[in-house]
Design a protein around this ligand. Structure first.
Ligand code: PLA
Length: 428
C-alpha cells in the first residue's frame, strides 16, 4: 500500500509539474518569439493624432478627404443611393467575384464608357476589398501564374505596395521616379530603368495622382512610357486609387490607361472607391486584367475567384450596392461627378493657399512644387527631423517622408500650418 501510495503521489507530482509546464507554455511561451510589429508609417500617424489632446492638432497624415470644417464627408450621391437601397435588399452572399453590376460600371470608368474590350468581354474582373485588396489579389495571381517574376515599383511609392508584394512573395525592384532637386519627375532615369529591366517585366504604375509625390508624367511622357513598354514587352499594372482626384474629371485621370489600351497593351488595373466616392471604410473596389479574348478572360476570372475564396470567400455587399446604384442611374452619376470635382477643386484651392501663406511669411525656400504637384498629396521636401519638430512643437501629424495630405487642410488651419512649416524649414 505504502508503495502504491508513493507511486500515486509521484504520478500526481508529475501531473502537477507537467500541468504547470503546460500552463506556462500555453499562457506565455506560444508567442514568446513574436516581436511587436513596427508602426504603420501612415495609419500609425492617425493613431498618434487621436491620442494627442491638444486643441490645435492637425492631421495631414492619411489621405482622407475633409471638408473646409475639417469634417469627414459623406457624398450626397452616396446618401441618396443609401436611401434608395435601405430596406429593399437581403443580406445574402455576393458571388465570389462580387457584384457584377458594380464591376461592369467600374470597368467603364477605367476602360472608357464605349470600350471595345468591355463589349468583347475580354476583361477578367472581380470586386475587391478596395484598392489594397485589388493590389494584393493581383500580387497573389502574379505569384501563382508567373512564379519567377518580380515587380518593379516606383521610388518612392505608397508604403503599403512594398508590404503587399512582399507578403505575396514576389521579389521587388524599384525604378527611378522622383527627382528630389526639381521635386518633379526624373523622366530620363525612369525611361532608362524601363529599358534596362529584363524583357517582359512587371511594372506597377500609379495611373494618376502619384502617392506620395503628387508628380504624374505628362500625356506625352505617358506615350513614351507606353511605347517603351511595348518595345520591351513589359506588363503594366495600374494602381488607380485616385481617379477623379487629380483633375476633378475621372475620364481625364484615366488618360494614362487609355494610352496603354490604344497601344494594345494587356494591362491590369486596381480601382478603389475609397477616395472618389468617400467609401473608405466600405472597402469597395475592383481588380481587372485585360485578356487575349473572352475565353481567356473567363479562365483568368475563375482563378481570381479561386484566390479570393480561401482568403475572404466573397466581398462585402453594401458598398457595392451604393456604387452600382450611383453609377447605374444617370442623374445620380451626374451628381457624383459634380461632387468629385468639388473635392478635387477644394484640394487645388488649398495648394494655392498653402503656397501663398508660406510666401507671405517670407520663407526663403521655393514652394512652387505645392501647386505644381497634383492629387491628394504634396511631397513637401521636409526632412524626417523637420516633420518630428512639426509634431512635437505644433501638434501637426504627417508621415515622416514629408508628405502632406492636402485634403486635411482647410481655410481655418492653413495659416497655422504654413507658419509651422516656415518655422521648421527657414533655417534649412
Ligand atoms: N493605392 C494607393 C496608391 C493608395 O494611396 C492607397 C491608399 C491605396 C492603394 C489603398 O486604398 P484603399 O485600399 O483604401 O482603396 N492610401 C492612403 C491610405 C489614402 C492608406 O495608406 O491605406 C494613404 O494615406 O496613403
Amino acid at each position: 500500500m505504502a508503495g502504491f501510495g508513493k507511486a500515486m503521489a509521484c504520478r500526481e507530482h508529475v501531473r502537477i509539474r507537467l500541468g504547470t509546464r503546460f500552463m506556462s507554455s500555453s499562457s506565455s511561451s506560444w508567442w514568446q518569439s513574436v516581436e511587436p510589429a513596427p508602426k504603420d508609417p501612415i495609419l500609425g500617424v492617425t493613431e498618434a493624432f487621436l491620442a494627442d489632446p491638444s486643441p490645435d492638432k492637425v492631421n495631414v497624415g492619411v489621405g482622407a478627404y475633409r471638408d473646409d470644417n475639417g469634417k469627414p464627408v459623406v457624398l450626397q450621391s452616396v446618401r441618396e443611393a443609401e436611401r434608395r437601397i435601405a430596406g429593399n435588399l437581403n443580406m445574402e452572399y455576393l458571388p465570389m467575384g462580387g457584384s457584377m453590376k458594380m464591376v461592369e460600371e467600374t470597368l467603364k470608368l477605367a476602360y472608357g464608357e464605349q470600350s471595345e474590350f468591355i463589349k468583347d468581354k475580354r476583361i477578367a474582373a472581380v470586386q475587391s476589398l478596395s484598392g489594397t485588396g485589388a493590389c494584393r489579389l493581383f500580387a497573389d495571381f502574379q505569384k501563382r501564374f508567373r512564379p519567377d517574376s518580380q515587380i518593379y515599383i516606383p521610388d518612392p511609392t505608397w508604403a503599403n505596395h512594398h508590404n503587399i508584394w512582399r507578403d505575396a512573395q514576389v521579389p521587388q525592384r524599384t525604378y527611378h521616379y522622383y527627382h528630389p532637386e526639381s521635386k518633379g519627375l526624373d523622366f530620363s532615369a525612369l525611361m532608362d530603368d524601363i529599358k534596362n529591366a529584363p524583357n517582359g517585366s512587371f511594372f506597377l504604375l500609379h495611373a494618376c495622382a502619384h502617392n506620395p509625390t503628387g508628380v504624374d508624367p505628362s500625356e506625352e511622357q505617358w506615350r513614351e512610357i507606353s511605347h517603351q513598354f511595348k518595345v520591351k514587352g513589359h506588363f503594366a499594372f495600374f494602381d488607380m486609387a485616385y481617379q477623379g482626384f487629380a483633375s476633378g474629371d475621372p475620364d481625364r485621370d484615366a488618360k494614362s490607361i487609355r494610352i496603354f489600351l490604344q497601344d494594345g497593351h494587356h494591362i491590369g488595373i486596381s480601382q478603389s472607391y475609397a477616395k472618389n466616392m468617400g467609401l473608405y471604410g466600405q472597402r469597395v473596389g475592383c481588380l481587372s486584367v485585360l485578356c487575349e479574348d473572352e475565353k481567356q478572360a473567363v479562365t483568368v476570372k475563375s482563378q481570381l475567384q479561386q484566390l479570393a475564396r480561401p482568403m475572404y470567400s466573397n466581398p462585402p455587399v453594401h458598398g457595392a450596392l451604393v456604387v452600382s446604384t450611383i453609377l447605374g442611374d444617370p442623374e445620380l452619376k451626374k451628381l457624383w461627378l459634380k461632387e468629385v470635382k468639388v473635392m478635387a477643386d477644394r484640394i487645388i484651392g488649398m495648394r494655392t493657399m498653402l503656397r501663398e501663406n508660406l510666401e507671405k511669411l517670407g520663407s526663403p525656400l521655393s514652394w512652387k512644387h505645392i501647386t505644381d504637384q497634383i492629387g491628394m498629396f504634396c511631397y513637401s521636401g521636409m526632412t524626417p527631423e523637420q516633420v518630428d519638430r512639426l509634431t512635437k512643437e505644433f501638434h501637426i501629424y504627417m508621415t515622416r517622408n514629408g508628405r502632406i495630405s492636402m485634403a486635411g487642410i482647410n481655410t481655418s488651419n492653413v495659416g497655422y500650418l504654413a507658419n509651422a512649416i516656415n518655422e521648421v524649414t527657414k533655417s534649412a
